[in-house]
Design a protein around this ligand. Structure first.
Ligand SMILES: [Zn+2]
Length: 204
């Protein structure tokens, strides 16, 4: 599977309705987790973040929040930020605008946030333009590659550590499919980024 580890600037131009990084002068970076909360992955992710005293942003899927309310509450209680990632993790580009917006609104009933990230990182321009009125659309500039079975744990670590700069928004996944790779690499990634002098903050 082909994917950009570092988002090309061209995409920033094509998707001008979205935020791709959060410029700052304090060495701040933004760790984000998509697709949870799920029972055997998210709590272990939270344990790691707690151990390193790191705050992150979780783009949650509404139906997973309904299934795992206590874990969702733990995310909030431990000081992390949450964002809307639709109710059923639907694809914007082959869904009518009406159905797409409805699914996001359904998610909003369970996730109190004005942050949104489109599932699969894609949506129609008309959808993005419309959502921008109610949400801050948070994309990323560093894709860990934890979702790709052919990307080794060493490579996931390298992808993140080499490409992160001040303001970077990093994507990892707390889902069943690739959560184990995320859990294995996360402590090393955090350690190396702290060594480089970065500070973790939540998207807002
Ligand atoms: Zn997703």
């Amino acid at each position: 599977m082909f994917y950009f580890v570092k988002t090309p600037k061209l995409l920033h131009v094509l998707y001008e309705h979205a935020v791709w990084f959060l410029p700052n002068t304090d060495n701040k970076i933004y760790l984000t987790f998509d697709d949870g909360p799920v029972s055997d992955i998210t709590p272990r992710c939270l344990d790691i973040l707690k151990e390193f005293k790191v705050k992150a942003t979780f783009f949650c899927v509404g139906e997973n929040v309904v299934k795992n309310r206590e874990i969702y509450q733990r995310i909030i209680d431990e000081g992390h930020a949450v964002g809307n990632h639709s109710f059923n993790h639907i694809k914007g580009w082959n869904t009518s605008n009406e159905v797409y917006f409805e699914n996001i609104t359904q998610c909003k009933e369970h996730i109190d946030s004005n942050l949104f990230r489109p599932p699969y990182g894609k949506a129609k321009r008309s959808q993005m333009a419309n959502l921008k009125k109610d949400y801050k659309i948070i994309m990323w500039d560093v894709l860990s590659g934890d979702f790709d079975p052919r990307t080794s744990t060493t490579k996931v670590i390298e992808n993140v550590v080499k490409n992160t700069e001040t303001g970077s928004i990093i994507v990892m996944h707390d889902n069943e499919k690739c959560g184990h790779k995320m859990l294995e690499t996360l402590p090393v990634i955090i350690e190396k980024l702290i060594e480089k002098g970065f500070e973790f903050d939540v998207c807002r």
